[in-house]
Write a protein of this length. Structure first.
Length: 133
């Protein structure tokens, strides 16, 4: 593992909290088996003090198996699944992630996926224009 990205570490921990639906630092500290004050320092990107210990971060990985220590500590997404990386990145940027597709919630008769063109759907493939004669 390379050097710890202390500034990004706090943002990543906040994103993990949101992803795991953990609402308070106290609850997050209990999940990690750590003191609330220490966890608060980690989240607030304190540049002094110790970084989160690996055993505490492994407890996060027990809850979300696709997380990696490399991403938590350095921000390297190389081994994160793409969907998880996109979700965590959006959470880091403060985006609200919908719990379900609102269109499907309002109209359960809609298909789960849009039909593909050319497969009996109303979306016909465009025919190339023919030269005028």
């Amino acid at each position: 593992m390379t050097d710890i990205d202390r500034a990004g570490l706090g943002k990543r921990l906040r994103a993990i909290m949101a992803h795991l639906e953990i609402e308070t630092v106290r609850e997050f500290a209990a999940t990690l088996g750590a003191e609330r004050n220490a966890v608060s320092n980690w989240i607030n990107a304190a540049t002094s003090g110790n970084p989160p210990p690996v055993p505490a971060m492994l407890k996060l990985i027990e809850r979300e198996r696709d997380l990696t220590l490399d991403w938590i500590y350095t921000g390297n997404p190389a081994r994160l699944p793409t969907g998880l990386f996109i979700r965590l990145s959006a959470l880091m940027d403060g985006a609200k992630i919908p719990e379900s597709n609102p269109d499907l919630a309002e109209n359960p008769e809609l298909p789960a996926q849009p039909p593909r063109p050319g497969r009996g759907s109303p979306l016909k493939r465009q025919q190339p224009a023919r030269p005028a004669t």
